[in-house]
Write a protein that binds this ligand. Structure first.
Ligand code: NAG
Ligand code: NAG
Ligand code: NAG
Ligand code: NAG
Ligand code: NAG
Ligand code: NAG
Length: 346
């Protein structure tokens, strides 16, 4: 029923929307409103269309995954001039470009979908997957080293998450090899690898009174915060690339710079400064943002306020203090007022 109700809206959009730009509007709708993505994309065929039309459970997890990536992007960028705001006026402009920020958002989305779908699979949601089982014998060379013991546990099926993230994000770009598409696909891969490369083994002992005669090991995903931290590092070290001679690839801009690896983030356009409001760029400027006057980093008032200076005021905040443990079992606290200094960019 759900999909049938979709159809008139899709026709309407096909008629009303100029599609010359559709690849990129789809990209920005992904972050602004994933539901719109299905309506905007050419839904008639392809793997993404199949998910949109026939797999509501999976689509629901994908939507959650995109939100997860977005929320983590906001956390990682909370002190940056462009703070990964999902305000349409800003993110739409950012996603139409090909800057480091664009690359980071794309990687976070790909990672978010992979993570959420994999987790849903582990939890037994009915999205057409089973847990991953690896046999000891099949241990190939390029796999991470295993701990001693059997490998017959039921692990998190990251391959399924990766596959679905690819189906939804990558497959519709398959026939394109323009620069922005190549960069986008590369960053999607980097996002997924940030999870895959950080899978950790978890082992359980079985046997009489914990004797560990039999041990099963499985692989578990890192937390999504860890994934975000890792990708933020990749963002800080992202490589600028230019089109390769064959028109099918890209290469680092400087000749001496080493080729970016699959896990590295890439971009092809310099970022705007995001210091002052500019609608064309989707920049809100940094006036009014809270900065840290003792830090030299991106959250420091020097960088965040773009050298315009800042004002300081003290704010009275309430904190828990004087906490005591009462038998049994609660903690009682008083509320204290303390003064906190807050710096605001001019
Ligand atoms: C997307 O659609 C689902 C199901 O129809 C709904 O629960 C969800 O709130 C929608 N999300 C947005 C952002 O509109
Ligand atoms: C959608 O797909 C159809 C056939 O699959 C194609 O003819 C049409 O040009 C596509 N529309 C857009 C906007 O890409
Ligand atoms: C906004 O940015 C564009 C592109 O950099 C620039 O051409 C334009 O002058 C800027 N507008 C304002 C109001 O600063
Ligand atoms: C991002 O920055 C804008 C101002 O540029 C501010 O209004 C907004 O609250 C910030 N959002 C987050 C999530 O920090
Ligand atoms: C400000 O930056 C300093 C130095 O990096 C750090 O020790 C401090 O915790 C930061 N303060 C806040 C409120 O984040
Ligand atoms: C902490 O608790 C003690 C005992 O109840 C009280 O005398 C003291 O004033 C409290 N201190 C604060 C800062 O509230």
């Amino acid at each position: 029923m759900h999909t049938v109700l979709f159809v008139p809206a899709v026709y309407l959009l096909l008629i009303l929307t100029p599609f010359s730009n559709s690849w990129w509007t789809v990209g920005s709708y992904l972050v602004m409103d994933p539901n719109q993505t299905c309506k905007r994309a050419n839904w008639s065929r392809g793997k993404m269309a199949d998910i949109c039309n026939n797999k509501p459970g999976l689509l629901n997890q994908i939507t959650k995954g995109i939100a997860l990536g977005q929320t983590e992007c906001q956390y990682q960028f909370r002190y940056r001039r462009w703070n990964c705001t999902t305000s349409r006026r800003s993110i739409k402009k950012v996603m139409l470009r090909d800057t480091r920020e664009t690359g980071f958002v794309n990687a976070m989305i790909a990672a978010g979908i992979t993570f959420q779908v994999t987790r849903a699979c582990t939890k037994g949601e009915q999205i057409g997957c089973s847990c991953s089982k690896r046999k000891k014998k099949k241990n190939k060379k390029n796999r991470p080293p295993l701990l001693e013991g059997e490998w017959d546990g039921c692990g998190e099926n990251i391959e399924f998450g990766i596959k679905k993230s690819k189906d939804f994000l990558d497959t519709r770009y398959r026939k394109r090899s323009d620069m922005k598409t190549l960069v986008k696909l590369h960053n999607y891969v980097a996002g997924r690898l940030a999870i895959k490369k950080c899978m950790v083994p978890v082992c359980k002992c079985h046997g009489l009174s914990g004797s560990c005669t039999l041990r099963t090991c499985t692989r578990k995903m890192p937390t999504f915060r860890e994934v975000g931290n890792r990708l933020k590092e990749r963002f800080d070290g992202a490589a600028k690339v230019i089109a390769g001679n064959d028109g099918q690839s890209f290469m680092p801009e400087g000749e001496t710079i080493k080729r970016p690896g699959r896990g590295d983030l890439v971009y092809s356009e310099e970022s705007p400064l995001y210091c002052v409001p500019n609608n064309t760029l989707g920049s809100f400027g940094t006036q009014g943002r809270i900065c840290n006057d003792t830090s030299q980093g991106e959250e420091g008032c020097g960088i965040l306020c773009c050298g315009r200076g800042y004002s300081t005021y003290t704010e009275e905040i309430r904190v828990n203090c004087n906490c005591t443990f009462k038998y049994c079992c609660e903690v009682q606290c008083d509320t204290c007022k303390v003064n906190k200094r807050v710096n605001i960019c001019s």
